[in-house]
Design a protein around this ligand. Structure first.
Ligand code: UD1
Length: 428
């Protein structure tokens, strides 16, 4: 298993290309199940989760070909052509779903296209129980018959799905995406209330429209879908990764450097920019990216609460906590989306951070500096928070179990090393 070694204390300066968003790419790939035509997705990041989704779709009968790679040094990402001219299999097996929860996103499109799907229940994961009950209830409201047996969701819609009115009791990104993909081929109108407004949901909706779907209210919390008989292929570019953007913005801030984040957009991370601004970080939006710097003075502690978009993203909480650990004064972080998302805290404390967790909140008292240590990554965003801590710390930090990072950050060491970080990957 690989580990990442970092010698901290070097300000980062330079340019980092931002990749396509993993969390947009996964549902977009699942949307290829909805049409016989070819969905050509560009700006796809090269990540383990993308390969897992490609593997699952391949099992279901989708033909996938790589139709271009990133020009070296650019941030165009890969181009994949996905063609589901025939669905040959409707089961998403445990082994694939276990590795990646987003596999559950094939449920809605399979039901809509062929009237049946069998998908393994994802089970627990490091950041909480994360059930799929809301996905299932919403699909039932479109007429699906659902049974749970032997760890699998067995879903049927022998006469096809029917439009309906779905109001989610809490905001769910994956739930909104699954029901949206089901509704585009259902008979009649579907209204989705309390829909997730995350940019990745809007990206999926825009792609579905390019494929011929009729959707109103994109980007709002009420989506109106008029079902159509069939969808066609489309060419679609995945939006930039806002969590990668925010993570590198924190890297510039925590090391006291200046980074140009190329190919991304400020509107995707307004809540993050606002908070970093209050902490003492400067942002300038330029034509094809954002310039982030912290060159004048120390960081100041700020409080944050995670919320559905446009609120502060839970996927940026761990990175912010690392930043607060070396800021002046005290900060409070409250996590409202996932119940067990403070796994990075004990590791940060081993590097000298002063953090106390009380239920869903953590109090962080800024310390002058962190010190390098061997640490263990527990999930995707926790692992990047440890990388950030290593970049700021005095001495050497070794982050173990980096396979979590490879699920969500494309060429991380290369991008950071290109801006002056002393970082390398080594076999454990
Ligand atoms: C997506 C993102 C993930 C991000 C999360 C919240 C992808 C691939 N992943 O995950 O990176 O952290 O949004 O922004 O896009 N819930 C239920 N029942 C359900 C569904 C969800 O109780 O049926 C709960 C979850 O346990 C959680 C909350 O709702 O507490 C939000 O989860 P959700 O928005 O569904 O997250 P994901 O789509 O899994």
């Amino acid at each position: 298993m690989d580990q990442i070694r970092i010698i901290g204390g070097k300000p980062l300066n330079g340019e980092i290309p931002i990749s396509g968003a993993k969390n947009a790419a996964l549902p977009l790939m699942a949307a290829s199940l909805l049409t016989e035509g070819t969905l050509s997705l560009s700006n796809l990041p090269h990540l383990a989760d993308i390969s897992s989704m490609a593997h699952l779709l391949g099992e279901l009968g989708v033909e996938i070909s790589m139709n271009g790679a990133a020009p070296s040094g650019g941030n165009m990402g890969r181009v994949l052509d996905l063609t589901a001219s025939r669905i040959s299999e409707t089961t998403a097996p445990y082994d694939l779903v276990r590795k990646m929860r987003a596999s559950v996103l094939v449920l809605g499109p399979l039901l809509a296209r062929v009237g049946e799907a069998r998908v393994s229940l994802p089970g627990g994961c490091a950041i909480g129980t994360r059930p799929v009950d809301l996905h299932l209830k919403a699909l039932e409201q479109l007429g699906a018959e659902i049974e749970l047996a032997e760890g699998y969701v067995n879903a049927q819609a022998p006469k096809g799905l029917k439009g309906g009115h779905v109001v989610f009791p809490m905001v769910t990104v994956g739930g909104t995406e699954n029901i949206l993909m089901a509704a585009v081929l259902a008979d009649g109108e579907t209204v989705i209330g309390n829909a997730a407004r995350e940019p990745e949901v809007a990206d999926l909706a825009n792609c579905l429209v390019a494929m011929g779907a009729k959707i109103e209210g994109i980007g709002t919390d009420t989506l109106k879908v008029e079902g159509v008989d069939a969808l066609g292929g489309a060419d679609y570019a995945v939006l930039p990764d806002r969590i990668e953007t925010g993570s590198y913005a924190v890297a510039a801030a925590i090391t006291g450097g200046e980074l140009y984040l190329k190919g991304t957009r400020a509107e995707l991370i307004e809540s993050v920019i606002e908070l970093l601004g209050r902490a003492g970080v400067t942002f300038v939006e330029e034509t094809d990216g954002i310039r982030v710097s912290r060159t004048n003075g120390p960081l100041k502690g700020v409080d944050l609460m995670t919320e559905p978009f446009p609120g502060f993203p839970t996927d940026m909480q761990a990175q912010f906590m690392t930043l607060m650990a070396v800021s002046e004064g005290a900060s409070m972080v409250t996590e409202t989306i996932f119940e067990n998302r403070f796994m990075h805290v004990p590791e940060l404390c081993r590097m000298g951070a002063d953090i106390n967790v009380h239920g869903a909140s953590a109090i962080i008292r800024g310390v002058g500096a962190l010190s390098g240590a061997p640490v263990m990554a527990t999930d995707l965003r926790a692992s990047v928070s440890l990388i950030l801590a290593g970049l700021a710390a005095q001495g050497e930090t070794v982050v173990n179990r980096v396979y979590h990072l490879d699920r969500g950050y494309e060429r991380l060491e290369e991008k950071l090393a290109g801006c002056g970080a002393a970082i390398e990957r080594a076999a454990e």
